[in-house]
Design a protein around this ligand. Structure first.
Ligand SMILES: [Zn+2]
Length: 372
């Protein structure tokens, strides 16, 4: 649906490749089986970090790492924490850590240029000499150690930070006019935007597990759309619009989603308690497995109680995605896409895609249950 929000110059490229999105939309979920860093991109448990609208939560990844990174000196089994959220004390331009002091400016540059550059690219380990130089600090007492940077932030989800960084990967693909990168990144960012548009992707109570409402996640994001979206929802959302502030835009999706969270849980609780138990579930085949699903009547009752919320969030996701595609193309200088429309994948690429498609059948799941 997002393709139909685009201007003709973009339609040249997106329309002939529309099947790619249909087929590969779920790929990022499949990647959770092969990449341990994938899962946290799909959500943020924002209520871990305070109360709506979360004024103390930094909106930039640099800000997050400045606040939450833990800098350790490590040698075999010995670990000593030099800087951490519990230890750090700022005074003027000085940062006081555990037995060490450095200039805040140097620390900021270290975080910005080295730590926060790429979100989650594996372990962050540095030679002691380099860190000593970067921070302009005497670390000779840790001779033989290495510096290991850890953080306990990202396990609660990084959706808006990742979206912001990934947006520029899409701009870059447009700038270079690389059709395969464009289509892959356009596809993946669609998945992440859709996830961010789901209220239960923004809370630690993501599956109602803290309030005795297990199953509410799939009830909202799978069962309602699968029964009602095609026939009864209206997905005409108008034209894609240019977005002035990308970061605010992604944050607003998250905050809006989160503002619906209590309503989702209240609606589920209400139908759960009022709907007759023997009419709640049916058995149906899913991918060759017989599964228990919410009955049509039960699903309709939940949808009624939600008062159009699922449709509204789906519409918002479509419009957001179209506008993000459009804005990234404009920001890349409106490259001509006419002559790069035909994409032919190599045999190797097709095999690689097939592997991802079937990853859920073979791989080990790195993530948590029921929150696709
Ligand atoms: Zn997902």
């Amino acid at each position: 649906m997002a393709v139909y929000t685009l201007p003709p110059e973009m339609m040249y490229f997106f329309k002939p490749n529309i099947e790619f999105f249909t087929e590969h939309g779920p790929d990022p979920d499949k990647r959770k089986y092969v990449d341990p860093h994938e899962a946290v991109r799909h959500y943020i448990d924002i209520d871990t970090w305070g109360e709506y609208p979360f004024p103390h939560l930094p909106r930039t990844w640099i800000g997050v790492m400045l606040k939450y990174a833990e800098i350790n000196a490590k040698f075999e089994d010995t670990k000593m924490t030099l800087f951490s959220p519990d230890i750090n004390y700022f005074s003027g331009d000085t940062l006081y850590g555990n037995t060490v002091i450095c200039s805040f400016q140097k620390y900021y540059e270290f975080i910005k240029d080295t730590i926060a550059k790429n979100i989650l690219n594996g372990e962050m380990i540095f030679p002691i000499d380099s860190v000593s130089k970067w921070l302009d600090m005497d670390l000779s007492m840790f001779d033989g150690f290495e510096i290991v940077v850890e953080e306990h932030f990202s396990k609660e989800g990084i959706s808006p930070y990742f979206l912001y960084q990934y947006y520029y990967a899409l701009v870059n693909a447009f700038e270079k006019r690389k059709p395969k990168s464009i289509i892959r990144r356009a596809n993946d960012i669609g998945h992440y935007i859709a996830d961010a548009s789901v209220p239960l992707h923004t809370t630690k109570n993501y599956n109602g597990q803290l309030t005795g409402q297990k199953g509410v996640h799939a009830f909202w994001e799978n069962r309602i759309p699968e029964l009602l979206a095609d026939e009864e929802f209206d997905f005409f959302v108008g034209k894609a619009e240019y977005i002035e502030n990308i970061r605010d835009f992604f944050w607003n999706i998250i905050l809006k989603s989160h503002s619906y969270k209590d309503k989702v849980l209240a609606a589920e609780m209400k139908v759960r308690n009022s709907f007759p138990d023997d009419k709640k579930y049916v058995f149906a085949e899913r991918n060759g497995v017989v599964t228990r699903l919410q009955s049509e009547e039960y699903t309709r009752a939940f949808n009624r109680e939600l008062n159009g919320m699922v449709e509204k969030r789906m519409r918002s996701a479509i419009k957001s995605l179209g506008s993000i595609w459009y804005t990234s193309w404009i920001d890349a200088g409106q490259p001509d896409l006419k002559d790069i429309t035909d994409i032919s994948w190599t045999k190797k690429e097709l095999e690689e895609m097939k592997k991802i498609k079937n990853a859920d059948k073979n791989g080990t799941f790195h993530g948590r249950e029921h929150w696709d």
